[in-house]
Design a protein around this ligand. Structure first.
Ligand code: UDP
Length: 247
């Protein structure tokens, strides 16, 4: 295995830092201990949350890679960092919904918890100034972000990922309510699943109790139990990791 030389910081987001490496086509992604909610208005520090998310995302990307779906993930390097292919992120967030929740419930005034007979795909335009608006395929193509062919390719991939993850999480007694994924293009122009898949980017409900096992515990907790919310969120993320580690 080649020795990885970590170089300068390439970019820093709310929950991760990206470093260049000695190989121009690879980056190191470092998971931080921050958690954000309400469009970044609430930003807190949860000790070692980055360690949990690095491990959770690693397990999920290893699973996806093992099914032959192309991702940026190469391997976990240490408890906070993973080696990934360097990609240019396509500025779109793809949301897949199996059960109504979150913004869809609010926008359409439909009850949270309704199970969808077919998954619903949504695209959000990653643009801070515009506050990441919901757009459709035609807008994305008009904005020259992506082609119709590339969108169709991504819809096939997210459908496969959803089928795979729904089954996988059900085997852990978890309903995969919805999740957000991002894609990027590597130096060969291949479209790769990128970013992370963690309780920050998915909604997980316990199959028996319907307890929320994801970032909603932070969003909701902030409104009523500020003192203990961080410990509770850590315990919930740890619970997800424990379930993923049970074979
Ligand atoms: N999501 C995300 N990042 C975002 C917005 C949403 O990871 O910037 C995830 C969110 O955790 C949930 C899914 O995408 O699993 C759908 O989120 P929704 O549109 O319901 O918005 P939210 O309720 O998170 O504002």
């Amino acid at each position: 295995m080649n020795c990885i030389i970590k170089k300068n910081l390439l970019s820093e987001g709310k929950t991760k830092k990206i470093y260049r490496t000695s190989n121009p086509s690879e980056v190191l992604i470092h998971y931080k201990d921050t958690i954000t909610a309400f469009d970044g208005l609430k930003n807190e520090f949860i000790q070692d949350k980055g360690i949990l998310n690095n491990e959770i995302s690693t397990l999920i990307f290893e699973l996806i890679n093992s099914y032959g779906i192309k991702t940026h993930f190469i391997r976990k390097i240490n408890n906070r960092e993973q080696l990934c292919q360097k990609v240019n992120i396509i500025p779109l967030e793809f949301v897949v919904r199996n059960i109504v929740s979150g913004s869809m419930s609010k926008r359409l005034n439909v009850q949270e918890g309704i199970r969808l007979s077919n998954p619903i795909f949504e695209i959000f335009y990653k643009n801070d100034k515009l506050k990441d608006p919901l757009i459709n395929d035609h807008h994305a193509v008009f904005l020259k972000i992506i082609s119709h062919e590339e969108l169709n390719f991504i819809y096939l991939i997210i459908s496969d990922i959803n089928n795979l993850l729904k089954k996988y999480f059900l085997s852990k007694n978890i309903f995969l309510v919805d999740f957000k994924v991002e894609f990027g293009k590597n130096c060969d122009n291949d479209i790769l699943l990128s970013d992370e898949i963690t309780p920050d980017t998915c909604r997980f409900w316990d199959k028996k109790t319907m307890k929320k096992l994801d970032k909603d515990s932070f969003r909701i907790g902030l409104k009523k139990e500020k003192d203990t919310v961080k410990e509770k969120v850590f315990d919930i993320y740890m619970e997800i990791l424990k379930r993923l580690n049970i074979r």
